[in-house]
Design a protein around this ligand. Structure first.
Ligand SMILES: Cc1cc2nc3c(=O)[nH]c(=O)nc-3n(C[C@H](O)[C@H](O)[C@H](O)COP(=O)(O)OP(=O)(O)OC[C@H]3O[C@@H](n4cnc5c(N)ncnc54)[C@H](O)[C@@H]3O)c2cc1C
Length: 407
């Protein structure tokens, strides 16, 4: 599969391009630029070393407040091999969004491109200007809820090549081609990049955008309640992106205008919960439970899909029907993803010593927070159903006591 990364054909008049599924987004965008076309910026993910097939099948998205922003909405045609070994053309490509490949092996994808354009990107801290724009990523930093934002939009109509961009008064804007500015990968980096070095895990919550205000207030009260002065070292922020309601049955934005929230957790000490893991786990469970958020098919640990308290199956009204449809075309279930089989069979996430540290489970016994005896499994302070690994002692108090005893 990895070698299926060729460009098959293109039509610069019709603005479409047909590729094999393992081509990476960054390589595809470079080629499109050479061919005189561009990727619409609403569908370019932040990280561009992802494959076209992987993005389609996990429901990967970028951001838009005007249209559904899952990448799969750009797919106009699709060719695949079914469970009988026959090559087929798909009539309804959007049913593949978030399907994890349950209908077959994709061999070709045709995408709608757009005419070449320049992109205006701005990164800034504070302010509310970004709220007016279609494509914006917000990252509120939970220490004081300062908002960092990163936005992409078309340059103003009076923009001339080489002129200073003074649009809306921003002076931190950069204007350039979308294949250069739309996203980035770690390729060519000598020191590795943010994703590899700093971020331990990406946890994504996809919820009804109308609940965002209430959610921020609740999460604020949780982060405030730990009375941590300075920053929360393990929580790098919440990156927020948007998408209009989608009719694709397994799209994370199915049926509701959605805010996609990434909880960015910093790398911690291997084998130990992250610093303030209890706070992070509270936020995660409350968001999946009370706010009925959906996890990202390609990001979250399994526990987000297999919890008995808020089964993901109940979050997709069409889930059962589509699993049945796939099964009738593939009676032996050759392509049924293991995760879908577990969801269908109402499986539970695995429980073993240390499983909560590995983020495979939400704890129910102390041993799930092991092997360190520093942690115990505790009831959530904010939700009846949630339980979290909490430190038995506050390390700051232990250190202070140690110092006092030495004096
Ligand atoms: C650093 C980083 C940044 C990310 N940023 C974003 C982001 O901005 N937005 C976002 O939505 N997501 C993002 N993601 C999540 C990403 O969308 C998923 O991790 C996705 O799985 C990545 O695609 P991949 O190319 O690695 O696909 P893979 O993980 O290789 O594949 C995904 C699934 O598709 C199946 N599959 C792949 N190709 C085919 C095929 N041809 N036929 C049948 N089945 C196939 C695989 O078996 C697998 O089940 C990010 C992930 C990382 C690691």
């Amino acid at each position: 599969m990895a070698r299926m990364h060729r460009v098959i054909s293109w039509d610069a008049e019709d603005m479409s391009i047909t590729v094999e599924p393992s081509i990476q987004m960054n390589h595809l965008m470079d080629t499109m630029h050479e061919l005189g076309m561009s990727m619409p910026f609403h569908y370019i993910p932040i990280y561009t070393a992802l494959t076209i097939g992987g993005m389609l099948l996990t429901g990967a998205h970028s951001s838009s407040v005007e249209r559904p922003s899952a990448f799969g909405h750009l797919v106009s045609e699709l060719e695949y091999v079914d469970s009988h070994g026959e090559v087929r053309r798909e009539e309804n490509p959007t049913r593949w969004i978030g399907s994890l490949g349950m209908y077959g092996i994709i061999t070709q994808v045709t995408l709608r491109a757009t005419a070449p354009y320049k992109l205006n990107t701005t990164a800034a801290v504070g302010g509310k200007m970004g709220l007016m724009l279609d494509q914006v990523n917000f990252t509120p930093i939970p220490t004081d809820w300062t908002i960092c934002y990163f936005e992409k939009h078309l340059p103003p109509f009076w923009y001339k090549e080489g002129s200073t961009n003074l649009w809306l008064g921003f002076n931190e804007s950069v204007i350039g081609w979308p294949h250069k500015l739309g996203g980035s990968s770690c390729e060519g980096s000598q020191v590795g990049c943010y994703w590899q070095n700093q971020v331990q895990i990406l946890i994504e919550f996809d919820m009804d955008v109308r609940l965002l205000g209430q959610w921020i207030r609740e999460v604020r009260s949780i982060t405030d309640s730990i009375r941590y002065h300075g920053c929360l070292p393990s929580l790098l922020g919440f990156a927020m992106r948007f998408g209009k309601a989608s009719s694709a049955p397994l799209d994370m934005a199915y049926g509701r205008d959605t805010v996609y929230i990434d909880m960015l957790v910093a790398k911690g000490i291997p084998g130990l919960p992250a610093n303030h893991q209890d706070v992070l786990d509270e936020i995660e469970q409350i968001t999946f439970g009370k706010y009925d958020a959906r996890p990202h098919w390609g990001k979250n640990p399994e526990r987000a899909f297999l919890s008995q308290d808020y089964p993901v199956r109940n979050k997709y009204p069409e889930f059962d029907r589509h699993i049945q449809m796939a099964r009738s075309a593939d009676p032996r279930g050759i392509f049924e993803p293991a995760l879908f089989s577990q969801i269908k069979d109402r499986g539970h996430h695995s429980m073993y010593p240390g499983c909560a540290v590995a983020m495979d489970c939400y704890c129910s016994k102390d041993e799930h927070c092991g092997p360190s005896l520093l942690y115990r499994c505790d009831r959530s302070l904010h939700s009846a159903n949630a339980s979290v690994c909490r430190k038995r002692f506050d390390l700051a108090i232990v250190t202070t006591l140690g110092k006092l005893l030495r004096v």
